[in-house]
Structure formats: structure tokens, C-alpha cells
Design a protein around this ligand. Structure first.
Ligand code: AMP
Length: 423
């Protein structure tokens, strides 16, 4: 399945492509058609599964089809950080669609409050809010949501844990009864079911089973710049006494380069990537299984589906692009009750991506100090937010911003802010 299968408008598809998403994640595959159909939805999914885009994409699509000049979608979430992250995803995915969004949270100054109020009054398409701040808007009668069409509760379990139950119910009392409601939660304790029973109407349910690496895998990481990775891997392999080893790199070019550098350094290894003929790949796998060769360097082509028992070491020479790929990659070791080691090299550009992996697997990976002679990683010169998203700027209906397909800018990073982005 691809994103084209959802029949999104070309502008939305452009947003998806510019984010570098090539195929929908399982939660997206399941939820997008249901949201487009107008169904209420209760989805059990954790951070890292692509849950945000699972509702943001169809809601942007609907906003484009039925733009009204009123706030159409309200997303409630527990924290300011999450509100900003969701807003960034709306901004990035809706970049070419002219969809306006704003993150509304407490703690700002009077100017921020006024900006937020103005944006909502002028009918920005999507409001992402923490409950406390929104209550103060609604209670003063400063803003109205009487034309609202969609309500999303994101991380509903965390909102209840943080004591937002009554605030949520109060906010809902200001919303039209005729609306589509989507509830996302990492866990489904009874209190979430009760909340869903009150707020949702005949909901569809989705459960995304989260993959966790096997218990037996020792997971470690090193913070290391690209220029020192070769030295580091050489030391690890020389000192470690590992039998069979798989090294993953993100592209076939990197695989080829690393393969030749490792050979020069005296290691016997084999590159495995999509440029090889099927016959050659099979030959390598066979020799690896038979222990005739002990080290393969490959792309993610390797990570799914190969079934070789007893791999001792998996090295992620760079952090995999998709958190699920991390689980697939390291799942090549410690199969069938055996233990194995998974080591990941993290450079400064990959820190955020690595944090998402840790969120997905629900634990921190052990940081191992670099051995003597391998300097500590340098801080990135780039912005702290490494979200792959198009540049921020004016956008919105009728705006003069880059809401034009020919005006696509190259993706850049940046942090979100609370100001309205719709003109
Ligand atoms: P979430 O679970 O919403 O917190 O998303 C986790 C990360 O996955 C975010 O950085 C998204 O940008 C990214 N992501 C979401 N959907 C996809 C996709 N279909 N392909 C690749 N990355 C995605």
C-alpha cells in the first residue's frame, strides 16, 4: 500500500513526500480510510508508530475539501511539547495544502494569548491545545467552537493521568454534539474506555501491537561522529570476539563504501544490497548461514525476513530511518532464546531519531563511553529540532506564502512556535 491509495489531493501528497514518508505505517493504513469516511475511532497506539499523521493527514484532506473559515478540528493533548510537535507535523504535511494550524498552550505572554485568540476567531483550520489553556479561552467566551467538525484526543491516557478529565469534559460541553471524535491512547485502561463511551459514537477500534525487541538482546549505543565510526567499529570487532556479524548502513552507497573500507582494514566482509543479482544475494546468505563468511554489511533489505540463527552482533552503523526498522534490524540477533548484542552508532544528526526509537521500545539504550582515541561526538551545528519538514513560513488560505506547488522549498528544520501560521 502507498499513500497514493488514499486518493489524497496532490498538494497533500506533496506534503507527505516532502516529509520523506514512502509508505503508510500500519496505524495509518488502518485509520486513514476510517477517518476519511467520518467514523469515530478509538486507537491504541504508541508514540513512534506514526499515530500523529494517522489522524493529521485525513483531517487535512477533509479541511481542504470542506474549508469553511471556521475552526474545523480541535486536537487536545497533554503537554505543550506534544502540542508543538503535532503543530509541526500539521505544518509540514499541510505545507502545500494551505492549511492553517496553531498550537495553544499556557505559559506564554499576553501577546501570545492575543495571537492565539485572533487565529481561532479568524477560523484557523486546526487548533492543537492543552486543556488548561483552552478552558480559559472558552470560559471567557473569547472563542467559539460551534462549527467544529472533528475532535481528537491524543495521548488520552496521559491526559487522564495528569488530571485533565474534568477539563476535557468541560471543553466538550462547548463543542457541537454532531462531530467526529477520534481518541488515541497508548494504553486502554477502563477509565479510557469509560471516557470513550461518553464522547464517542459507535467507534471503530484499532489496536496496533507494538513490536518490542527480544529480552535477550544486549542493546548498546555509542555517541560518535561519522568520521570516527570506522575506527570505532574496527576496535569493537577486534576486541569483541564475535562470531557472526551483521552491519547495517542506511543506503547502498554507504554499504559499498563501508565494505571497501573494512576490507582495506583487513576484515573479511561481504556487501549485501539491492544492486546485487538475486543469485548473488542468495549465495551470500547461504555462505553466511553455513558460517563460511562471518560478516555481512547491508541495507535494510537484509533486516526483514532473513532467518539466520545465532547472529552474535548487529551493528547499526547509522540510526535506521524508521523506529520499526530498528526493531527488525536488531531482531536478527538473539533469536530462539539465544543472547546477542546490538550496537548503534548515533551521530548528532540522529539524536532525535534515536530518541524516537527509545520511545518505541520503551527503554533507554545503554550509552557506552567511547574507547580511548575515539573523541566524543560534537554537537550538531543544525537546529535542535531535527524534524524533516519543509521550511516554516507564511501559509494559509489566500496567503502569499509558499502555498504554491512550484514554490516548494527544500526541507529544513526548525522549531515550532505558538504564533498563527494562517494568514
Ligand atoms: P508519531 O508516532 O506520530 O510520534 O511519529 C513518529 C515519527 O514517525 C515522526 O517523526 C513522524 O514524522 C514519523 N512518521 C510518521 N509516519 C511515517 C511514515 N509513514 N513513514 C516514515 N516516517 C513516518
Amino acid at each position: 500500500m502507498t499513500f497514493r491509495d488514499f486518493n489524497f489531493t496532490p498538494e497533500l501528497l506533496d506534503g507527505v513526500l516532502s516529509m520523506g514518508f514512502d509508505k503508510p505505517t500500519p496505524i495509518q493504513q488502518q485509520s486513514i480510510p476510517l477517518v476519511l469516511e467520518g467514523k469515530d475511532l478509538i486507537a491504541c497506539a504508541q508514540t513512534g508508530t506514526g499515530k500523529t499523521a494517522a489522524y493529521v493527514l485525513p483531517l487535512i484532506e477533509k479541511a481542504m475539501r470542506h474549508g469553511t473559515g471556521h475552526v474545523q478540528t480541535l486536537v487536545l493533548c497533554p503537554t505543550r511539547e506534544l502540542a508543538v510537535q503535532i503543530d509541526q507535523q500539521v505544518e509540514a504535511l499541510g505545507y502545500f495544502s494551505g492549511i492553517g494550524s496553531i498550537a495553544v498552550y499556557g505559559g506564554g505572554d499576553g501577546i501570545t494569548y492575543e495571537q492565539q485568540k485572533k487565529a481561532i476567531r479568524e477560523g484557523i483550520d486546526i487548533v492543537i491545545a492543552t486543556p488548561g489553556r483552552l478552558i480559559s479561552f472558552l470560559a471567557t467566551g473569547d472563542v467559539k467552537f460551534d462549527q467544529l467538525k472533528h475532535l481528537v484526543l491524543d495521548e488520552a491516557d496521559r491526559m487522564l493521568d495528569m488530571g485533565f478529565h474534568d477539563d476535557i469534559m468541560r471543553i466538550v460541553s462547548y463543542l457541537p454534539k454532531e462531530r467526529q471524535t477520534l481518541l488515541f491512547s497508548a494504553t486502554m485502561p477502563p477509565k479510557i474506555r469509560t471516557l470513550a463511551g461518553r464522547l464517542l459514537n459507535n467507534p471503530e477500534q484499532i489496536n496496533i501491537a507494538i513490536s518490542k525487541p527480544a529480552e535477550g538482546i544486549v542493546q548498546q549505543c555509542y555517541m560518535v561522529d561519522d568520521g570516527h565510526k570506522l575506527d570505532l567499529i574496527s576496535q569493537i570487532l577486534r576486541d569483541g570476539g564475535f562470531g557472526s556479524i551483521i552491519i547495517f548502513a542506511s543506503t547502498k552507497e554507504k554499504v559499498k563504501k563501508l565494505d571497501s573500507a573494512m576490507r582495506k582494514a583487513g576484515f573479511g566482509c561481504h556487501a549485501f544490497h539491492s544492486d546485487l543479482e538475486q543469485r548473488e544475494r542468495e549465495e551470500i546468505m547461504r555462505s553466511f548461514k553455513n558460517r563460511q563468511i562471518n560478516m555481512i554489511i547491508g541495507t535494510d533489505v537484509l533486516s526483514r525476513g532473513i532467518d539466520v540463527e545465532g547472529i552474535d552482533l548487529v551493528v547499526n552503523y547509522d540510526v535506521p530511518p524508521d523506529p520499526e526498522d530498528y526493531v527488525h534490524r536488531i531482531g536478527r540477533t538473539a533469536r530462539a532464546e539465544r543472547t546477542g548484542t546490538a550496537i548503534t552508532f548515533v551521530n548528532s544528526d540522529d539524536l532525535n531519531r534515536f530518541r524516537r526509537i527509545e520511545e518505541l521500545i520503551g527503554r533507554e539504550v545503554d550509552r557506552i563511553p567511547n574507547p580511548d582515541g575515539i573523541p566524543a561526538m560534537q554537537a550538531s551545528s543544525k537546529s535542535p529540532s531535527r524534524n524533516h519538514r519543509p521550511g516554516s513560513g507564511n501559509k494559509g488560505k489566500g496567503g502569499s506564502g509558499p502555498n504554491h506547488r512550484n514554490k516548494r522549498q527544500s526541507p529544513s528544520s526548525g522549531t515550532g512556535n505558538a504564533s498563527a501560521k494562517s494568514s
